[in-house]
Design a protein around this ligand. Structure first.
Ligand SMILES: Nc1ncnc2c1ncn2[C@@H]1O[C@H](COP(=O)(O)OP(=O)(O)OP(=O)(O)O)[C@@H](O)[C@H]1O
Ligand SMILES: [Mg+2]
Length: 399
């Protein structure tokens, strides 16, 4: 008998699945302990706050002195200033008129971070971009379209406990005769400026139901998510869509709902081959969709080199090839492979949320620089789609 070929029974798979669930439960028990709620602990000193607001430290101090801004809070024990929270910074931005919001007549950016390949860094990019934009003062909405609910969990919601599929996710909206707008599903997060429409496993059913109805009612299926996004769009500058890793109905509706695409692609052979495949399928699918009514145009489609490891010559070679093949379409910034992203993700956190000593390591600083570079480039692309930002972009020499 060959001991390597003992068949795995269904019972054994059940045991495996139960053990995996236990591990997840333990992780979640730690992160979502009862009575605790995720909070944003970031505080900024006056110099950083002034930079974020776009005014001098003196301007802030003057406003505090004459009461237009509240006096800065002090630590009860040490008497030292506590620093400013993001909500404080946003209050200053409002007062100084430096909120970067788009004008109502500018189109909101609906950015799908899309690739049918799994594990390329879609959710990582969505949550970090959301927080990058929120730190700048933009109004952001994250729509979690993936039943794996990765973004939902990072924003402090336990998909199995805090999210009810019949009420809280996209699911009811995707039903025939469902709610007229997506307002019911919008929730504020502990991040000022970020709202989320969460997901949970129930969203998986929508995939089957959609597929079953596709032949009868393609227009409803394909455009429903777009209609939903438009129903809430006036409140936001940027709506980020986090799709599931598959060419299913939900992914297609995400392609239809978005007006810009960011495609993360790790520079290794297998992932790159599937990105090439994704682009080919996307092209075919979009022309097919166009025949079903109205072509979809994107303000931009950019490929982001993700999880790049400089130490690997193969990564460098494929990155060079990507740059040569898509010279116009690559984002200049690269999201390098970083232990910091994994460390943060292990605690269902982002790199932007880390505070204190954790932020003083070289690994952290480097990782933050990669993320900021990606954020800055996407921010510039977003602002270019907003005519009201053009005069300032010209002044800044960016247009
Ligand atoms: N730049 C990076 N450096 C290190 N680890 C990364 C990086 N980007 C993503 N990861 C890790 O890779 C894993 C997959 O990332 P992520 O969940 O963002 O991918 P995804 O494309 O959303 O996956 P899925 O297709 O399953 O939704 C996660 O564990 C994440 O922490
Ligand atoms: Mg994901």
């Amino acid at each position: 008998m060959n001991p390597a070929l003992i068949p795995v029974t269904l019972d054994e798979l059940t045991v495996l699945s139960q053990r995996a669930s236990t591990v997840i439960e333990r992780l979640r028990e730690r992160v979502f302990a009862p009575g605790t709620q995720k909070q944003l602990e970031l505080v900024f000193n006056v110099r950083t706050a002034a930079e974020m607001v776009g005014r001098s430290e003196k301007a802030i101090r003057d406003y505090e002195a004459d009461g237009r801004l509240p006096a800065p809070k002090k630590d009860e024990v040490t008497g030292r200033r506590n620093g400013y929270s993001l909500a404080d910074v946003n209050r200053m931005r409002k007062l100084f008129g430096t909120m970067p919001h788009r004008a109502p007549e500018d189109p909101p950016l609906v950015l799908a971070v899309q690739n049918f390949k799994g594990g390329v860094g879609k959710s990582t990019m969505v949550v970090h971009l959301a927080q990058y934009f929120a730190l700048k003062g933009y109004r952001v909405c994250v729509i979690d379209c993936d039943s794996q609910a990765s973004s939902t969990a990072v924003f402090g919601l336990n998909p199995d406990v805090d999210v009810h599929e019949d009420e809280d996710t996209l699911y009811p909206f995707l039903q025939h005769g469902g709610p007229k707008t997506l307002h019911y599903a919008l929730r504020a997060t502990y991040w000022p400026g970020i709202a989320i429409i969460p997901a949970n496993l129930g969203l998986y059913d929508a995939e089957y139901e959609f597929a079953a109805r596709m032949a009868r009612d393609p227009a409803f299926i394909l455009d429903r998510l777009r209609e939903g996004v438009m129903s809430i769009a006036d409140q936001f500058d940027i709506i980020l869509l986090d799709p599931p890793p598959a060419l299913g109905m939900l992914s297609l509706s995400v392609l239809r709902a978005a007006n810009a695409l960011l495609i993360p692609a790790p520079p290794n052979n297998i992932d790159f081959a599937s990105t090439a495949h994704f682009l080919k399928m996307m092209e075919a699918t979009l022309s097919e969709l166009a025949r079903h009514g109205g072509a979809r145009e994107y303000s931009f489609v950019k490929i982001l080199t993700s999880k790049m490891d400089d130490q690997k010559s193969a990564h460098q070679a494929i990155k060079r090839m990507m740059d040569a093949v898509f010279p116009q379409d690559m984002l200049n910034a690269v999201l390098k492979d970083s232990a910091e992203i994994d460390n943060a993700a292990a605690n269902l956190m982002t790199v932007y949320e880390l505070t204190g000593a954790a932020t003083r390591t070289e690994t952290h600083k480097r990782c933050r620089a990669y993320l900021d570079a990606v954020g800055r480039e996407v921010e510039l692309l977003a602002r270019k789609t907003w005519p009201s930002h053009h005069p300032n972009l010209r002044k800044e020499g960016l247009l």
